[in-house]
Design a protein around this ligand. Sequence first.
Ligand code: ATP
Ligand code: MG
Length: 561
Amino acid sequence: MATATAEAEVGPGRDFIRDIVQADLDAGKHREIVTRFPPEPNGYLHIGHAKSIALNFGIAEEFRGRCHLRFDDTNPTKEEQEYIDSIQRDVHWLGFDWGKNLFYASDYFERLYSWAELLVQNGLAYVDDQSQDEIRLSRGTLTEPGKNSPFRDRSAAENLDLFRRMRAGEFPNGARVLRAKIDMASGNINLRDPVLYRILHATHPRTGDAWKIYPSYDYAHGQSDAIEGITHSICTLEFEDHRPLYEWLLSKLPVPAHPHQYEFARLNLTYTLLSKRVLTELVRGGHVAGWDDPRMPTIAGFRRRGVPPAAIRDFVKRIGVAKANSVVDVGMLEFSIREILNKTALRRLAVLRPLKVVIENYPEGKTELLEAANHPDNPEAGKRNIVFSRELFIERDDFMENPPKKFFRLSPGTEVRLRYAYFITCREVVKNAAGDIVELRCTYDPATRGGNAPDGRKVKATMHWLSASHSVPAEIRVYNPLFTTQSPEAANFARDLNPQSLEVLTDARVEQAAVDTNSADAMQFERQGYFARDPDSKPDRPVFNRTIGLRDTFAKEVARG
Ligand code: ATP
Ligand code: MG
């Protein structure tokens, strides 16, 4: 239950792509704007995808067009139904809807194939018997032209026969490919006879064993855009050099529309790797507990961690859309998460590392219900009661036997406020045989109920607490960045993994109200941060993930006075 739907006030945002869309509408080029988000179902979506989703669905919404969700399912060796399902769930969770416009590149396999035959018949494509390595080696470099394949000048009839036999499954994987016949000396390597079809004897999640050949990304993508009548095909900068090929294919085929491709800078984040290859290896290698591990930069990971979708939308709005690559400080994402959660999260009390406190002058067996606001700025969020009793827990860090000068929390002889409750004073420190502090003996001032002294005396700290026998034992998982360096190396990511990325607190305590809700929405555990219930929770043992900490807890403590 959220107390408000607080999306931060960031304007609609203008960027060069929206300017192009507006100009095209003004010029009467299109009656309706059609965009698409085209994930390959070979992994879960990450926050970089969220940027692309917000851009494509956002434009469709703002210009009253439509945005298609299209699975680019052209490589059955890497794609799985699990990924198809997770992608749909994540796009919806982010708050976007494709309505009826759910498509698969595989829906077009037959049409794509017949267009490829047309290229063959028109002398614009040929079957190459070279191996993958031979093709790569003869492609040339940025400074040297490529070499024509010895099979480049086969007749159209021979090519057609071989291509049909490729489709029929007559040849093993890798034996032959279909290549476009463009220009091996082109300055753009993508135009040096790119591969259009490869042989793959693999079962496809949707077409099963019907196909023995599969189209390349470059061949499938533009033609799928054309079939769907996409007006603005928006992709990341690494596809800029593919645009001439995108246009070449559209110009040679009897496609029903001529979409245009526009490129924007992909999202990069500090302390984060957003490559599906790396994310897959993190999961497969057991470095994390799964795609939805709260340390993962996946949408599923953020959801499990308790990050609200509004925070992700807010973040991608703030970073904008540019044409030059850059790296965004992960602190910007954390800022958006705190912005949203501060407004929406219900307040609760939890003690992460408990230290027992006995209030010596509080009667044994007595309890009191103290009222606490669910949200300090939103009275409509209501109140709940917290049980006070003789035996309490406070945070271990909130006590110091020999405090330094600026430590204002509890120490022998000092008086502090227990939030929503009373002033207490520490009278005695109890230690075990090993010399560890195991208990504090304190007294309370009954006149300070609610947190104020009738004589007007002040205390310098307000601390959270819970009744020992009325709080609920819980496990709390605290997450730290997955990588120790700002710019982890994708090729060598294991070296940069943070061994302290997960800290499990097994003795934590939370108030009953934190457990009564079944919601996955994050709560604020006062003075600690934001926490969300994890699906690993058992009825008698709730588990919470720390979504994010509060800023400057110590500085605030000092300032509060
Ligand atoms: P990765 O490079 O992480 O493996 P991908 O590009 O292979 O991702 P796709 O499923 O092809 O993953 O991506 C779908 C869409 O999301 C593409 O249009 C792609 O340009 C876009 N996209 C992928 N990563 C990012 C990113 N970091 N920032 C913005 N958009 C992205
Ligand atoms: Mg891709």
